[in-house]
Write a protein of this length. Structure first.
Length: 117
């Protein structure tokens, strides 16, 4: 019974140290922000091109079924696939903008700190 209590206490200490572990994190630097923004912008551009290719492929191949249920399911799947690709484009684009803005903010903050001293 005592072993279970000591292991629970050890687990609690690990959880607390994980919560207090902010000192172990490296702070963001402008270089890391701009590198991440470049990667995210690249992925955004690639997913944008993928979205265009998917939409063009779907537009060039019309549905040929006479079954209304099959047509409805096909339209829904096409919409879902195109929408997921567009969502990826938007997510990576917003991430790129956010990382670039953070990098600019860090540069301006560093400049303001140097002026104050």
């Amino acid at each position: 019974m005592e072993n279970a209590t000591s292991s629970d206490q050890a687990d609690l200490k690990k959880a607390q140290s994980a919560d207090d572990g902010e000192d172990n994190k490296t702070p963001p630097t402008p270089l890391r922000c701009f590198t991440g923004a470049l990667g995210a912008a690249t992925l955004s551009l690639l997913t944008y091109r993928l979205t265009l290719a998917i939409a063009a492929t779907f537009a060039s191949k019309p549905l040929t079924s006479t079954n209304q249920i099959a047509l409805g399911i096909s339209a829904a799947v096409r919409t879902l696939v195109t929408g997921m690709a567009a969502l990826g484009t938007g997510v990576f684009g917003v991430a790129a903008l956010g990382l670039a803005a953070l990098g600019i903010r860090l540069i301006l903050k560093k400049g303001a700190d140097q002026e104050a001293t």
